[in-house]
Ligand binder design. Structure first.
Ligand code: NAP
Ligand code: F7E
Length: 371
């Protein structure tokens, strides 16, 4: 039985990857951070009682900023594969916490690589590094491939670029099996609530049932190549099954504006939107609403701009060419953007309905503010 160690197992990708690897028969170890509240919502369904002999899903406390913890865990677990997904992954937050972003997203991988070497595992353990399309930043080529020069535009992107290159350097210097997956944006119902897609689907669902009135967004013109996380974790695994370590773009080769994503999300709720105005005065307005169960009214303004969501430097356009992944890994995206949007809106609607049921039963509930 192969053993995998996943950092960032409590995140969106960690949850999908853990499920995928368990399905393939792996023993899956995950590193979770200590938090004052439970932070394992996304993986609770995978948990089995450790007192059972056959438990194949094992969580360990840890943190990518703590070298001694990483060294001890890797030496104890002796994993066949490590998936380094742990990161301070929010681009805008990285402008507020640049040093922390560098510590986790750049130095975190270095700590793992040194821990693998110290444990004498450099020829045994294969390593996946969660690299990102944010490294392309101010894009030098359209679409972006593995050969496109990088030009990061945020402390997050810069930190990830260090990790990318230290992965390449250790591969060449020590002949270690380390692959970079250059993944473009991927989303799902498990996406963190402060990333733009989930923020939109969640707010639209709240508005449909009368729990919110306005969605405040930043740059509607930004274009992203959005795929489904469930598809993308399969590419991560495939990268570590190859004869040689290498770097791969994982994307859909289709790009869409934030504005159009919002139009698609509201469409799923039977609402036709139009946009009026320029820059900070732009608004998203209901033209018509066809579902009598929802409380939208014509001419209702559902989207407004708050410049606090603008970034000091923005990534305007991302679109990835995944031809190499297709040729060498046999990987292709399966879920279309339309299906992804529908899945996310439907899941958020279900969540809101559950919240309302709790409220109707007199149980305390709260709606976290938009961030
Ligand atoms: P996510 O949902 O934000 O999950 C990040 C994970 O990292 C969480 O489990 C988080 O733990 C953990 N983490 C944060 N700081 C840590 C620390 N100091 N030590 C250990 N773990 C820490 O991100 P995701 O969307 O699943 O993305 C997974 C990885 O792929 C990240 O490295 C991200 O940068 C990269 N990536 C993501 C995308 C995308 O579109 N999703 C695209 C390209 C690359 P808590 O749950 O405790 O916060
Ligand atoms: O922003 C614009 C924002 O925060 C997408 C991470 O997983 O993917 C993700 O990073 C776009 C940006 O994702 C709001 O300015 C407008 O242009 O959803 P996001 P991201 O920055 O692309 C990459 C590949 C990663 O590696 C990262 O880890 O949407 N936008 N209005 C907004 N963004 C947010 N968050 N909130 C807004 O209100």
């Amino acid at each position: 039985m192969k053993k995998a160690l996943i950092t960032g197992i409590t995140g969106q990708d960690g949850a999908y990857l853990a499920e995928h690897l368990l399905g393939l028969g792996y023993e899956v170890h995950g590193i979770k951070r200590r938090a004052s509240l439970f932070n394992t919502d996304r993986i609770d369904h995978l948990y089995t009682d450790l007192h059972q002999d056959a438990a194949r899903f094992i969580l360990h406390y840890g943190d990518l900023t703590d070298s001694s913890n990483i060294i001890r865990l890797i030496a104890e677990i002796q994993p066949d594969e490590i998936y380094n997904l742990g990161a301070m992954s929010h681009v805008q937050v990285s402008f507020s916490e640049p040093e922390y972003a560098a510590n986790v997203d750049a130095m975190g991988l270095l700590r793992i690589l040194e821990a693998v070497r110290l444990a004498g595992l450099s020829q045994k353990t294969r390593i996946y590094q969660a690299s990102t399309s944010e490294m392309y930043g101010m894009v030098q080529q359209i679409p972006q491939t593995e050969k496109t020069p990088f030009y990061p535009r945020s402390p997050y992107g810069v930190a990830k670029l260090y990790a990318y290159w230290i992965a390449v350097n250790y591969r060449e210097a020590y002949n270690m099996f380390i692959s970079n997956g250059i993944l473009f944006n991927h989303e799902s119902p498990l996406r963190g609530e402060t990333f733009v897609t989930r923020k939109i689907t969640r707010a639209a669902a709240h508005m449909a049932l009368g729990l919110d009135k306005t969605l405040w967004l930043g740059n509607l013109n930004a274009k992203r190549d959005w795929g489904h996380a469930k598809d993308y974790v399969k590419a991560m695994h495939l990268m570590l099954q190859q004869d040689q370590a290498d770097d791969f773009v994982v994307a859909t080769n289709r790009t869409t504006t934030v504005r159009h994503f919002a139009i698609m999300a509201f469409q799923r709720l039977g609402v036709e939107l139009r946009f009026e105005g320029q820059n900070e005065q732009e608004t998203g307005i209901v033209v018509s609403s066809s579902n009598p169960d929802f409380v939208f009214t014509p001419e209702q303004i559902v989207i407004r701009i708050d410049p606090k969501y603008y970034r000091p430097t923005e990534v305007d356009l991302l679109i990835g060419d995944y031809a190499k992944a297709k040729e060498k890994l046999g990987w292709e995206p399966q879920v279309s953007l339309e299906t992804l949007v529908e899945e996310m809106v439907d899941a958020d609607l279900e969540l809101v309905k559950r919240t309302l049921t709790l409220k109707n039963q007199g149980l305390k509930f709260y709606i976290p503010q938009q961030q």
